[in-house]
Design a protein around this ligand. Structure first.
Ligand SMILES: NC(=O)c1ccc[n+]([C@@H]2O[C@H](COP(=O)([O-])OP(=O)(O)OC[C@H]3O[C@@H](n4cnc5c(N)ncnc54)[C@H](OP(=O)(O)O)[C@@H]3O)[C@@H](O)[C@H]2O)c1
Length: 287
């Protein structure tokens, strides 16, 4: 007999101090108990710690928000990115299987090469351009080969009141610079982590079919468009200019187009479309 209480949803959130982890833990959903563990409490690369956390407990789900997320740094720290984004995830999947726990794992638009000009669907073949995307894709594959009861949610361009993100960077730059130059040849979908957290928890609650899902807010814009709207909403009068990525070289090559097709999750949860500007507004008023 399973020790897990019928009907009760008890979730362990790993990587709880990150943007998404904090956004999840700030949600309150009836019938769902969330316990967060930051890196100091549970290092997902530490097999013993993970095993102790998940063995013989009554968690029904683990949400893995822990990741090596510094895209440029990953190019020079491949072993570290591989350990966190792939090897630890493979072990986590095995532990979830052994303990009959549903694994909810977060992945990224960077698994795609960005050569498409229409939004990526879940069945499109990943072809990562850099170390970060590659290690995240390997993490996904290790879950799919170990487990049946999993959700992999790919998302893009996360921002929130927590941690480091593009919105906060633009606001900081606006305080110190006399003009801004922002790339306009990378197209994607900024996603308020609060919206994404609500979608993840609703998916668990509604017991949607297991598998891979794409979720982002409803937008297909450039970083320049996004920055312009941030300044606009904060009523900051600063000159802002579009530039090509070639003018701002980075260690990692980024996909030129990484818009995700989100129809699958939107149909499952009957999600209504909300303008991305409104989501940005709801974050900015909390800053
Ligand atoms: N941010 C984005 O734009 C974006 C876009 C697409 C997908 N995603 C995915 O969304 C997920 C959440 O991203 P996020 O923006 O919330 O990232 P984040 O703010 O960087 O948070 C990641 C968290 O993972 C923790 N962590 C790193 N290594 C760990 C380990 N070995 N054990 C335990 N915790 C560890 C980090 O702790 P430390 O701070 O101590 O390192 C950090 O608190 C990730 O899977 C990411 O790949 C993010």
């Amino acid at each position: 007999m399973s020790s897990k209480m019928e009907g009760a949803i008890k979730i362990a959130v790993l990587g709880a101090a990150g943007q998404l982890g904090k956004s999840l833990l700030s949600q309150s959903v009836a019938g769902v108990e969330l316990s967060g563990f930051d890196r100091a409490q549970i290092d997902i690369c530490d097999k013993e710690q993970l095993e102790k956390l998940l063995t013989g407990k009554d968690y029904t789900h683990v949400i893995n928000c822990a990741a090596f997320t510094q895209v440029d740094l990953a190019e020079n720290q491949e072993d570290k990115a591989e350990a966190i984004n792939h090897k630890a995830v493979r072990h986590l999947a095995q532990l979830c299987k052994k303990n009959h726990i549903v694994l909810v794992h977060i992945s990224t638009d960077f698994v795609f090469d960005g050569k498409s000009n229409i939004p990526y669907v879940e069945t499109d073949k990943p072809k990562p351009l850099g170390v970060y995307g590659n290690t995240k894709w390997k993490g996904e594959m290790s879950i799919q080969s170990a487990l049946e009861k999993y959700y992999i949610f790919r998302t893009s361009w996360l921002y929130s009141v927590y941690g480091h993100n593009f919105v906060k960077t633009i606001l900081q730059l606006a305080e110190s610079q006399t003009k801004l130059e922002v790339v306009d040849d990378q197209i994607g979908s900024p996603t308020h982590a609060e919206n994404f957290a609500a979608v993840i928890l609703k998916s668990i609650q509604n017991q949607i079919p297991f598998g891979v899902y794409h979720y982002s807010d409803d937008a297909a814009i450039s970083w320049y468009d996004f920055a312009k709207e941030i300044l606009n909403q904060k009523q900051i009068l600063l000159p802002i200019y579009p530039i090509p990525s070639a003018q701002r070289p980075t260690a990692a090559i980024r996909p030129a187009y990484s818009v995700l097709n989100t129809k699958k999750i939107r149909d499952q949860l009957q999600l209504k479309s909300k303008p991305w500007q409104k989501s940005l507004h709801s974050m900015l008023i909390k800053l």
